[in-house]
Design a protein around this ligand. Structure first.
Ligand code: HSE
Length: 431
């Protein structure tokens, strides 16, 4: 084993800068743990001249990927450039060069995780990606190692900081989605193009990773029912509040009888649910195991130094494996064939807001419709709507099958007394 372990960085943005800072600031702890120095050998950047958030020797920077990927001095590649290509090709090349790979790239792992793991295994290399979900929260390693004598049944989380920041501000300041998004962009919490975050795609990719590790089953992105927050109306957040619920963008993966349901959608969480108190840009993941019961992992889901700590935890694992001669042996083997829960077997409580004629018999008609579909109500609010002679009716159901609830929506739309279905959301827990 060499006295120095050399790292090649692909990318020097927010996370890459954090990695360099941690390696500099915590070198003594690294040496104490590993009995060797950890040094950055080369860094692939797009533009050498660009001003950086961290002091870095200009001689380390290169625009040629081969200076990193084919560099014989480099033992471990840290990929923090993001995006699917060319990162995917670079990592395949890294494995071919027998280099261990650490990545923070959730898009890449969600889409190509199994292929990358196969390439790593074939070349006896390590592949770790702790930072890909939940930023600085020690999460994936716990899911993969602390639940081995248990069976995870449910993984539910707030895995996107941007949307949690927006929903928190809407809830606490009574501001509209559009206004809060603008503020979040000005503060640098939301990207100039926020689509992947606000439409739930970022969270869906993280749920693909969480599902794979928790249930040892590959559930691809197209099987994740995904809805973002761009159409969330402040009115529903406020009615939710009155009823004892908080609106959150929830990634949900549930396994019943070996069938799996995965979704990302705005959900009204009962205020007594541990995830309801997770605010601003924070993330949290709730994991329910058959034996252990309820657990929750909480912390900063993004940011330079928090995410870099997760990257460095992987670097340390890879170096320990190098020292022990156990590299390339620690993989999460999927065991179960994918079986998606059919819609008939999916159940939830639901919140529904509709506008109906404010006249005798309206509520009886609506109630009769739900009754025939075997859906009962947990909470009801009726208020005059701003629109002429209409009533605004807000219902929270008891547990109902998704298929029956969707049938109720279809039948409601056909009723004369119903003017419009304004919104509906999944509800988790009892207020
Ligand atoms: N865009 C992501 C978020 C960054 O808002 O959570 C961390 O993956």
């Amino acid at each position: 084993m060499k006295n120095n372990v050399s790292i090649g960085l692909l990318g020097l943005g927010v996370v890459g800068s954090g990695v360099i800072k941690l390696i500099n600031d915590y070198q003594e702890s690294l040496v104490h743990q590993l009995d060797c120095n950890v040094k950055v050998e080369k860094v692939l950047v797009r533009n050498i001249e660009k001003a950086r958030q961290v002091d870095v020797d200009a001689n380390l920077l290169t625009t040629n990927p081969d200076d990193v990927l084919k560099n014989p001095e480099i033992d471990v590649i840290v990929e923090v450039m993001g995006g699917v290509e060319p990162a995917f090709q670079y990592l395949l090349e890294a494995f071919a060069e027998k280099k261990h790979v650490i990545t923070a790239n959730k898009d890449l792992i969600a889409l190509h995780g199994p292929e990358l793991e196969a390439a790593a295994k074939e070349n006896l290399c390590d592949l770790f990606y702790e930072a890909s979900v939940g930023g600085g929260i020690p999460l994936l390693r716990n899911i993969t190692s602390s639940f081995v004598s248990d069976r995870i049944q449910k993984v539910m989380g707030i895995v996107n900081g941007t949307t949690n920041f927006i929903l928190t501000k809407m809830d606490q300041e009574g501001a509209s989605y559009v206004d809060v998004l603008k503020e979040a962009q000005e503060l640098g919490f939301a990207e100039a193009d926020p689509t992947a975050d606000v439409e739930g795609l970022d969270a869906a990719r993280k749920m693909v990773i969480l599902t794979r590790l928790s249930f040892l089953t590959n559930v691809p992105l197209e099987d994740v029912e995904t809805k973002g927050i761009s159409s969330v109306d402040l009115v529903d957040i406020q009615y939710g509040k009155k009823l004892g619920y908080t609106m959150k963008l929830i990634g949900y993966a549930n396994r019943v009888d070996n069938q799996i349901e995965v979704s990302v959608q705005p959900t009204l969480l009962a205020n007594n649910h541990p995830l309801a108190g997770v605010h601003n840009e924070y993330n949290a993941v709730y994991v329910n195991g058959e034996a252990v019961g309820e657990t929750m992992f909480y912390g900063p889901g993004a940011g330079s130094l928090p995410t870099a700590t997760a990257v460095m935890s992987d670097v340390v694992s890879a170096i320990k494996n190098m020292k022990l001669g156990t590299s390339g042996k620690q993989f999460i083997e999927t065991r179960f064939k994918k079986e998606i829960t059919p819609i008939e077997k999916r159940t939830s409580k639901y919140y529904l807001r509709l506008h109906a004629k404010d006249e005798a018999g309206t509520f009886a008609t609506i109630s009769d419709l739900f009754n025939k579909l075997n859906i009962s109500f947990d909470q009801i609010i009726q208020a005059p709507s701003n629109e002429n002679s209409l009533a605004e009716i807000i219902l929270v159901t008891h547990m109902a099958s998704q298929v029956n609830f969707e049938e109720a929506l279809t039948q409601l739309k056909a009723l004369n007394v119903v003017e419009a279905i304004k919104s509906y959301y999944r509800v988790e827990g009892d207020a």
